[in-house]
Design a protein. Structure first.
Length: 405
């Protein structure tokens, strides 16, 4: 076996890709690399381009409970994989991350405010780059958050700076898209998330253009509604800008959605109300989208049907209850789904997020290895059936919207 690369990452028996990257043959006397990547044939429209433990497409939601090995692989046929191989070969960052937030409305503004007041030693965030289409609001937020400090505090807080989208794509380790073109007003009946799709899709295009132009290889995380649909859109529109597959855009495993945390928070409120908080906190899991289709289980291996139904109902209707009180529900999403999730994600810990599951972005417990990948659990047969049905429902929805390959 001939290896090409550096001290961290090598390619096995792939001289053509190595030549494109400018990677030379690795000396036999060199220390063992951290990651040995084997080239595999696959479908870059349906599976991660670089992965530890590959699961070929076609298994639906099965990745949530089936084993998928520990070997590292990459899809040689993915035209855009080179920039991600180069990024993977660089020394991994473990602190002083640069995080960009585009869209400083209710959710993005509150998340930026909370993260700016949290010690870098805790969040690992050294710099917050802020962007907003409203120049006045952007200047206001930079002024306000740049003035956050503690009396005689010894723990540094993140630096807060304004940045354009191209600058963000040059410097960010993680970019959060939190912009919203129009949030349905109070009194709007039914699900208010999906109607935001087309306006927010248009708003997203500028960030995708900047990411492609700058060769962005960091995390691209969706916060705006509908979260899973827009994550799918980011993958689709960056790789098929005219509708035809080019595969030169964002890698699916470096995209994700931050929204499932608030669903879990609402479900936990129900568990606490019936005296089950401590047990559910140990064994409970939510799955699916940030929508009225989310599923919550007190224990996916041995579910209590009545409790699961109650927790799921509370998670699904929490935003309606806040709206019925005359307020827009943004505090829980900002704090649970972003502020309490992002630092854990950057630290490599298990979090709740949406990742690429057989061609569809699907909310589940997951972890950042190189890309976002769901973590496997013991799941009862009846729960597996529900997850398979939900995965199929989301795939059909993405296909109907013209954003699934």
């Amino acid at each position: 076996m001939k290896l090409f690369g550096n001290e961290r990452v090598v390619l096995a028996d792939d001289p053509a890709t190595a030549e494109r990257l400018g990677w030379t043959v690795r000396r036999r006397s060199a220390p063992a690399p951290e990651i040995v990547l084997a080239p595999v044939a696959g479908d870059p429209r349906r599976e991660p381009w670089i992965a530890q433990g590959r699961v070929p497409p076609g298994g639906g939601a099965g990745i949530l409970w089936k084993g998928h090995g520990r070997d590292w692989t990459y899809l040689r046929e993915a035209p855009g994989v080179d920039r991600y191989l180069r990024a993977l070969a660089r020394p991994p960052r473990v602190r002083d991350f640069t995080v960009g937030i585009s869209g400083l409305g209710r959710v993005g503004g509150l998340a930026a405010s909370a993260l700016s007041a949290a010690a870098t030693a805790h969040t690992r965030i050294g710099t917050l780059l802020l962007h907003d289409c409203d120049a006045g609001n952007l200047e206001r937020m930079v002024q306000e958050l740049g003035s956050v400090a503690s009396w005689r505090g010894n723990s540094p807080l993140p630096r807060v700076e304004a940045a354009g989208l191209p600058e963000m794509m040059r410097h960010c380790d993680a970019f959060l898209f939190a912009a919203a073109s129009a949030v349905p007003p109070l009194g709007t009946p039914g699900d208010v998330r999906l109607p935001q799709f087309q306006p927010n899709r248009a708003c997203l295009q500028g960030a995708l253009d900047a990411a492609n132009a700058e060769g962005y290889a960091g995390l691209f995380l969706m916060v705006s509604d509908p979260v899973e649909v827009l994550a799918q859109t980011a993958f689709h529109d960056s790789n098929a800008p005219g509708g035809a597959w080019l595969g030169t855009g964002l890698a699916p495993e470096r995209l994700g959605g931050l929204a499932l945390g608030v669903m879990w928070g609402r479900a936990m409120a129900e568990a606490a109300a019936v005296g089950q908080r401590e047990r559910v906190a140990r064994t409970g899991v939510p799955y699916g989208p940030h929508s009225a289709e989310v599923l919550v289980f007190d224990d996916p291996a041995a579910p209590d049907p009545a409790l699961c139904e109650a927790m799921t109902r509370t998670a699904r209707t929490g935003n309606y209850r806040v709206r019925d009180l005359g307020f827009l529900p943004y505090i829980g999403p900002a704090l649970s789904s972003i502020v309490l999730t992002l630092p854990e994600l950057l630290a490599g810990k298990e979090v709740l997020a949406s990742s690429f599951v057989d061609g569809v972005y699907f909310g589940a417990p997951c972890r950042l290895r190189w890309g976002l990948s769901p973590t496997r659990r013991r799941i009862a047969p009846e729960v597996r059936g529900q997850l398979e049905d939900l995965h199929l429902l989301l795939r059909n929805r993405m296909s109907g919207l013209g954003i699934a390959f």
